[in-house]
Design a protein. Structure first.
Length: 136
């Protein structure tokens, strides 16, 4: 069973080493969060680590589903890096649902600079665990 104890690396406010994402926004279609990385999240000099970018995109897609009462876990994640994400610049991750079929959900997301430039995009397939799924 999927449970939250507030220690999620991405959004857990109890996790002092995590990203501590907060202030998520949902407009009925797109789910988003804005975050400003510090040097703690560096890969190459002055560039956000690619794994952190993947985490941001995964988190916003998973939370999009959660916001709609869908308790699903990522089964597949494909990230495309378009350009480097600089440190100390606000980044906005936004996600939307593309497919809903039984216990399978497909989502897409983008990571954007303040000027709207896309630095990364992702597609994910998420599943409701079998023991939690009830076909209506």
């Amino acid at each position: 069973m999927l449970k939250d104890d507030n220690w999620c690396f991405a959004c857990g406010q109890s996790n002092p080493r995590g990203l501590q994402l907060k202030d998520f926004q949902f407009d009925g279609t797109h789910y988003s969060v804005t975050w400003q990385p510090s040097r703690y999240y560096q890969g190459w000099v002055e560039i956000v680590h690619g794994g952190i970018i993947a985490t941001l995109l995964d988190e916003v897609m998973t939370r999009l589903l959660s916001e709609q009462g869908i308790n699903a876990a990522t089964a597949q994640l494909c990230v495309r890096y378009h350009q480097a994400a600089p440190l100390d610049r606000r980044l906005t991750a936004r996600a939307w649902l593309t497919v809903s079929k039984g216990r399978l959900f497909e989502t897409e997301a983008q990571l954007l600079l303040p000027d709207g430039t896309c630095v990364a995009s992702a597609q994910a397939k998420s599943l409701i665990p079998r023991d939690e799924y009830r076909d209506a």
